[in-house]
Write a protein that binds this ligand. Structure first.
Ligand code: DHB
Ligand code: FE
Length: 318
């Protein structure tokens, strides 16, 4: 059977993609951001998922005001990078997993979540930036390390889905994955946020206190988050802070109790707070990959002990 072993939360600031594409990752401003993902890339190389489900939002790239699906699941065999005004990003075409995606569509629709099924779609920075942050830079002619099932969520035009609806969709996705017969190790991403507002008099708004509380509750008490109304996101985290509801789909797809394997938070990147978290299902990693989850693993060699100590220091909570 397939299993979700971990959830990953990551911002998707487009300027991060531009920094990668234009060779600026070593500049001090960007190094601060990218260094926070070095351990995550190591974690990803160790975890080696068979499939990633990436919950993200389209920024009027594949969809427009003509057509706004609330939840759209990508069931295609591939998803080319979108042209967001400067030509498509120089990243590989994203390979899908049509068999698992169709299985998820069937399962969650019969569970009364009326997803839109998408058989042709390009994907924008909302998806490719978190992929770069977790998988590293991948040459345009190479391959991303695993197939991806995109789940696009409307957080662009009012009304987006509620946090509770998102969490419950995550629950339905968990059930769907666990009823897939093949032995696949799956990770799920929640992307977007954290606090930011791109335009208007409050442009540049960042609320680190809100962001930190969100990450704390995501890890330990997500039921507190599912009750937050849209207006609170807007007021506290800025107009685009509403993207954070997508992280609740990821959290809903995990077990009730999870181990927080890693966290990173820095401000600003562009005008935006950058947040990142890795949450592992207890025992799930052990069953699928033959390894205990990182939170339960005891460092054995001196090298691992030093790495574990460094990882603790790196957890930034501002
Ligand atoms: C910006 C755009 C985004 O979609 C986002 O989530 C954060 C920042 C920007 O234009 O800076
Ligand atoms: Fe965005």
């Amino acid at each position: 059977m397939a299993r979700i072993v971990a959830g990953i939360g990551s911002s998707h600031v487009p300027a991060i993609g531009a920094a990668i594409d234009n060779g600026k990752t070593e500049e001090p401003y960007w190094k601060r951001v990218f260094s926070g993902f070095e351990k995550s890339q190591e974690w990803m190389r160790e975890t080696k998922p068979d499939v990633a489900i990436i919950v993200y939002n389209d920024h009027a790239s594949a969809f427009s005001v003509d057509l706004i699906p609330t939840f759209a699941l990508g069931c295609a065999a591939e998803f080319p990078p979108a042209d967001e005004g400067w030509g498509p990003r120089p990243v590989p075409v994203v390979q899908g997993h049509p068999a698992l995606a169709s299985h998820i569509a069937q399962s969650v629709i019969l569970d009364e979540f009326d997803l839109t099924i998408v058989n042709k779609m390009t994907v924008d920075h909302g998806m490719t930036v978190p992929m770069n942050l977790l998988f590293g830079k991948v040459d345009k002619d190479a391959h991303w390390p695993c197939p991806v099932i995109p789940l696009a969520v409307n957080v662009v035009m009012y009304p987006p889905p509620t946090g509770h609806r998102c969490f419950m969709l995550g629950r339905a996705i968990k059930k769907a994955v666990e009823s897939y017969p093949d032995d696949l190790k799956v990770v799920i991403f929640g992307t977007g946020g954290l606090s930011h507002q791109i335009s208007g008099p409050r442009a540049g708004l960042i609320n680190s206190k809100w962001d930190t509380a969100f990450l704390d509750n995501l890890s330990k008490d997500p039921q507190k988050l599912v009750k937050i109304p849209h207006v609170d996101y807007m007021r506290e985290a800025g107009a685009e802070g509403i993207e954070m509801v997508m992280w609740l789909i990821m959290r809903g797809a995990l077990d009730d109790k999870v181990d927080e394997a890693y966290r990173f938070y820095t401000v600003p990147a562009s005008n935006t707070a950058v947040g990142h978290i890795i949450l592992e299902n207890r025992g799930r990693g052990a069953k699928v990959g033959g390894k205990k989850p990182a939170g339960k693993r005891k460092p054995t060699t001196e090298k691992h002990k030093r790495a574990a100590a460094a990882a603790k220091v790196d957890r930034v909570r501002s």
